[in-house]
Design a protein around this ligand. Structure first.
Ligand code: 0O2
Length: 271
């Protein structure tokens, strides 16, 4: 590839990253909309900067006309999970997909890198279609927990600053931090069920409250004679919201649903 054509050469990589971000974000949306736990917490994507491509190509002795074939992480997706167990779920999910073909996997969670780095890497081939036709793009998917991501992001910026030559003392501190991150992931896994349950309750409550507020808005006619009735409903809602259980809130929501249905039929608004 001629260096002046790098922009064109990278276009399909940008498309691959954009499409994959949409697809992985859709998994989160699908889970949340169906009230299920999402093994994916967040998705990030990037196309490697041309300067980083040049550095890596030089470091690995790859000629410029071969870098698109020989560098497998020009397109990168990072999937952030809450718990280590979720990483396995995401890995299975990727292996089962028809729109990407797994070409290699590197497990830096079972085999922690010398630096202390932990992540699961899956390299896939992903097909994109541009005006020039179809391109099979190599994409590196890194899957890690939020804690692993915190460590890797900090370590990466330090490594960049020191151009891979990290001072020994700093390296030792980073390893201590990596041990702490490992311990934290283990602790979080131990109380995973409790955390997931709390998050589910929070989501459920938020969804019930959104429905109630929607109904209240629809019931509000603005007519003066119904002001008192609406105020009573509102006060009852506040009382249950602050002091009641989720079941009471759901029950209040159901009563409001019925009331809204009756009002719809009657075309009247009275409580
Ligand atoms: P960037 O800027 O994130 O793209 P190599 O890159 O030669 O070390 P290789 O064969 O390309 O190794 O694969 P490897 O080791 O699986 O690394 C690929 C990517 O994983 C790296 O890309 C980093 O993103 C991440 N990674 C690997 N090891 C470490 C580490 O010790 N610390 C951190 N923070 N990240 C790591 P790039 O190209 O290095 O960087």
């Amino acid at each position: 590839m001629k260096i002046q054509l790098w922009r064109e050469a990278l276009a399909p990589y940008h498309l691959a990253v954009e499409e994959l971000m949409v697809k992985f974000n859709h998994i989160i949306k699908e889970c949340r909309e169906t009230g299920n736990y999402s093994p994916i917490e967040a998705v990030q994507g990037r196309v490697k900067k041309i300067s980083s491509i040049l550095d890596k190509a030089q470091r690995k002795g790859i000629p410029l006309n071969e870098f698109t074939e020989r560098l497998d992480d020009i397109a990168g997706i990072r999937i952030i999970c809450q718990f280590v167990e979720d990483i396995d779920t995401v890995v299975r999910l990727i292996r089962d997909r028809r729109d990407m073909e797994v070409v290699s996997e590197r497990d830096y969670i079972s085999h922690i890198k010398e630096s202390g780095y932990r992540s699961y890497h899956i390299n896939v081939l992903y097909e994109v279609n541009t005006m020039d036709g179809s391109h099979k793009i190599q994409v590196e998917i890194q899957i890690r927990t939020m804690a692993m991501n915190f460590w890797a992001t900090i370590e990466h910026s330090l490594r960049y600053k020191y151009k891979e030559e990290l001072p020994e003392a700093l390296s030792a501190r980073l390893k201590t931090a990596a041990d702490a991150v490992l311990a934290m992931d283990c602790e979080m896994s131990a109380i995973r069920d409790e955390i997931v349950d709390a998050q589910r309750l929070f989501q459920e409550k938020a969804s019930v409250v959104a429905d109630i507020l929607n109904n209240l808005q629809n019931l509000y006619s603005g007519e003066e004679e119904y002001e008192d009735a609406m105020l009573n409903i509102q006060n009852e809602f506040y009382e249950i919201y602050h002091n009641g259980s989720l079941e009471e809130l759901e029950d209040f929501g159901r009563r409001l649903d019925k009331l809204a249905a009756v009002r719809k039929v009657q075309g009247l608004y009275s409580y």
